[in-house]
Design a protein around this ligand. Structure first.
Ligand code: BTN
Length: 276
């Protein structure tokens, strides 16, 4: 048996029924589809948003052939070894850009029984300084009206080192690799969706993001550190001061000493000597 075949055998299969069985939600994931192979669950969600998809619907795939990350990057994962899903939200939520951080907080909270995960603002979940999950939030507008928000979440669950290109092994990993044994992806999916619903409902009702932003601050891997702020081809050194009340990253430019606020967008953060 090859190493790849052994790896495949050690993983528990993703099953729609097993996820639904573990859900405690009323809206999120109550409509759930599991595809064998799609280009990207976010793309499928966008294509079907107008007619078929309802609020809280979740689309999962065993495999994505053109998974997307932030900033136009690729998101790759070996078939059946990662969780790749999109949550469709239809109500008119205030400040949809905050949902990436809500999702990061919900993920960190859901996975906290396994380990202490860190958040790299705004959308990365790290364990032992390696990225194990990422979030891609996309909005769908009809004219100037927000029709839906699609929260794409990729969680590296049961990949082995051989499943990652060598070039990213220094900065990416899986829960299995970091924790030492395979995990049940159904339990992880359900725990995340349960945690997401609690935070999302609370945000819809109160319009107050402070609860999830506080989790993002507590779990932040960059507050208090000097990092590279990368914006396209430009990069500058800055010290990260805080995450503000609107989810913005408050930084102090190393050169000018001036305080600035960064709002997600095209920005990415890099550690001075490594990934973070
Ligand atoms: C990132 O870290 O840059 C974001 C990664 C988001 C990946 C997920 S996987 C499910 C959904 N479908 C996609 O094509 N991307 C998101």
């Amino acid at each position: 048996m090859t190493k790849k075949e052994q790896n495949r055998e050690s993983t528990v299969s993703l099953s729609k029924e097993q996820i639904i069985e573990k859900l405690t939600t009323t809206v999120i994931g109550r409509n759930l589809s599991l595809f064998d192979s799609v280009e990207s669950t976010n793309l499928v969600a966008k294509e079907h948003i107008q007619r078929e998809l309802v609020d809280g619907e979740v689309l999962l795939a065993l495999e994505q052939t053109a998974g997307k990350g932030r900033l136009g990057r690729e998101w790759t994962s070996s078939k059946g070894k990662a969780l790749t899903m999109s949550i469709v939200l239809k109500p008119l939520v205030e400040k949809p850009y905050l949902l990436t951080q809500l999702t990061a907080a919900a993920l960190a909270a859901a996975l906290s029984p396994l380990a202490d995960f860190g958040i790299k603002w705004p959308n990365d979940l790290l364990l032992n300084n390696k990225k194990v999950a990422g979030i891609l939030t996309e909005t769908v507008y009809s004219g100037s009206t927000l029709e839906a928000v699609i929260i794409g979440v990729g969680i590296n669950v049961n990949q082995d080192a051989s499943d990652f290109p060598d070039s990213i092994l220094t900065k990416a990993s899986s829960l299995k690799m970091e924790l030492g044994s395979p995990l049940d992806p159904n339990a992880i999916a359900a725990a995340f969706l349960n945690s997401f619903e609690v935070m999302y409902q609370q945000y819809l009702q109160t319009k107050d993001p402070s609860l999830f932003l506080e989790i993002c601050r507590e779990k932040s891997l960059i507050i208090g550190k000097t990092v590279w702020i990368v914006n396209g081809k430009q990069k500058k050194k800055a010290r990260v001061k805080d995450i503000g009340t609107d989810g913005e990253l408050k930084i102090i430019d190393d050169m000018t000493g001036m305080e600035e606020a960064l709002y997600g967008g095209e920005i990415s953060i890099r550690g001075i000597d490594g990934y973070i």
